[in-house]
Design a protein. Structure first.
Length: 384
C-alpha cells in the first residue's frame, strides 16, 4: 500500500468533489441550455440551433453524474445508503425529469407538428430545470443537517411517511441553495450558447448570462450570510484516530452556531473558494459583455468550481450531518470503505480518468464552431 488509510480517505473526498464539479461544468451546461430553450429560441429553427449545440454530446456529459454516484457508492457506502433513502422522493423526481432529455433530444424533431415540438421543448426545460434546482436543494439540506440516525447495526432511520418526505426538504434555505444552483447552471448554459451561436440567439444568451449571473452572485452572498448567522454547523469534539476502521457512532458531535465557517479561521487559504466563486461569476458577465464568450465559458466553470468548493470546504470533514442525532453524522473519516477498496479504486481512477478527460477534450475540439440557422435548414427534420 503506497498511501496510508488517512490519506486515501482525503484523496477520495477530493476525487468525489472533482467528479461533482466535472458534472456541473459539462452536463450543467446542457441543463442550462435546456433552461433557456423555451425563452431564447423564438422560432423552431432557433430552438433547433440551441439543441444542436448540446445534442451530440449531452449523453456523454451525463456520464459524470453516473460516475459520481458510483464513486459515492464505492468510497462511502454508508453515505450512499443514507442519502438515497432520505432523499428518495427527490431523487425520483430528478430521475423522472431526466427521462425527458433522451426522448426530447432524439424525437423532438421527428415530427413537424408545432404542438409536438413545443411540448418537447418544455419537456427539455423540465429535464434541465428540475435537476438544476433539486441538486442545490440537496446541498442546502446537507448544510442544515438531515433528520436521520444510525442504529447499532449502522442502519439509517428516518421519521415521517415516504410521500411526505419531499416537503421538509423544500425549506427556505434549501430553496435559496436551489436558486444558486439553477442560476449558475443557466448562466453556464447561456455563455455556451453565446459562444456556439450567432445573433440573434447569441445576443439573447448574453442578456441571460448577465441576469442569471447577477442572481447567482446575490444568492451566493445571501447564502453565506445565512450560513454565518442563521444555521448551526457541526463540530467533532471527540473521535477515534482518523486512520482507524470506520465506526460513525464512535465519535461525539455537537451543533454550534457559525461552525461551518471554522475552516476559514483555521485554514485561511480556504477563502480562495468563495473568492473564486464570486470572481468567476463577475468575469463571466464581463467577458459576455465584451463578446469574449470563450473566456467567459472558462471563468464560468471556475465560478461553479468555487461555489461547489465553498460548500464542500465549509462542511469538511462532514459529508452528511445528522440533525436529530449529531453523533450519527457521517464524515470522510468514518464513512469510508476499506483500505484495500480505496486503494484499488484509486489506481483504477489514476489510469482511466486521464483517458476519459482526454477523450472529452478531443470530442469538444471536433465539435468546435458555431451552429447556424442555415446549417439547420440544410439538415433533414429527422435530425436534432
Amino acid at each position: 500500500m503506497i498511501f496510508d488509510y488517512e490519506v486515501l480517505k482525503l484523496i477520495w473526498w477530493i476525487l468525489v468533489g472533482a467528479l461533482l464539479i466535472g458534472f456541473a461544468v459539462t452536463d450543467g451546461m446542457d441543463m442550462g441550455v435546456g433552461n433557456l430553450l423555451p425563452f431564447i429560441g423564438k422560432t423552431d429553427e432557433e430552438r433547433r440551433v440551441m439543441i444542436n449545440t448540446v445534442g451530440p454530446h449531452w449523453d456523454g456529459n451525463q456520464v459524470w453524474f453516473i460516475t459520481a454516484g458510483g464513486a459515492i457508492f464505492a468510497a462511502w457506502p454508508s453515505v450512499y445508503a443514507a442519502a438515497f433513502s432520505g432523499f428518495y422522493m427527490a431523487m425520483m423526481l430528478v430521475l423522472f425529469a431526466l427521462f425527458f432529455r433522451p426522448v426530447g433530444f432524439d424525437y423532438r424533431s421527428k415530427l413537424g407538428d408545432s404542438r409536438w415540438r413545443k411540448a418537447w421543448d418544455w419537456g427539455l426545460f423540465a429535464g434541465g430545470a428540475v435537476p438544476s434546482l433539486i441538486f442545490g436543494v440537496a446541498f442546502g439540506n446537507l448544510l442544515q443537517g438531515v433528520p436521520f440516525h444510525l442504529d447499532e447495526l449502522l442502519r439509517a432511520h428516518y421519521e415521517g411517511a415516504l410521500l411526505s418526505a419531499l416537503l421538509p426538504l423544500l425549506n427556505p434555505f434549501a430553496l435559496l441553495a436551489g436558486v444558486i444552483s439553477f442560476s449558475m447552471l443557466t448562466m453556464h448554459g447561456g455563455i455556451w450558447l453565446q459562444m456556439r451561436t450567432e445573433d440573434p440567439i447569441a445576443s439573447r444568451a448574453a442578456k441571460a448570462v448577465t441576469i442569471m449571473g447577477s442572481i447567482a452572485a446575490v444568492a451566493f452572498a445571501l447564502g453565506g450570510v445565512w450560513v454565518a448567522y442563521g444555521i448551526d454547523g457541526y463540530v467533532i469534539v471527540q473521535q477515534p484516530p482518523i486512520n482507524a476502521l470506520p465506526n460513525p457512532l464512535a465519535k461525539e458531535v455537537v451543533r454550534e452556531a457559525g461552525a461551518w465557517l471554522n475552516i476559514y479561521d483555521s485554514q485561511p487559504i480556504a477563502m480562495l473558494a468563495p473568492v473564486v466563486g464570486f470572481v468567476g461569476i463577475g468575469l463571466t458577465i464581463l467577458f459576455s459583455k465584451l463578446k469574449r464568450p470563450g473566456f467567459g465559458f472558462v471563468t464560468s466553470g471556475l465560478g461553479m468550481t468555487g461555489i461547489i468548493g465553498t460548500a464542500g470546504l465549509s462542511m469538511f470533514p462532514f459529508i452528511m450531518p445528522s440533525s436529530t442525532q449529531p453523533s450519527s453524522s457521517l464524515t470522510i473519516w468514518d464513512a469510508a470503505s476499506s483500505h484495500l477498496t480505496l486503494t484499488v479504486m484509486f489506481w483504477a481512477t489514476a489510469i482511466f480518468l486521464p483517458l476519459v478527460l482526454s477523450y472529452t477534450v478531443w470530442c469538444y475540439y471536433r465539435m468546435w464552431g458555431k451552429v447556424t440557422v442555415e446549417e439547420i435548414q440544410a439538415r433533414s427534420h429527422s435530425a436534432y
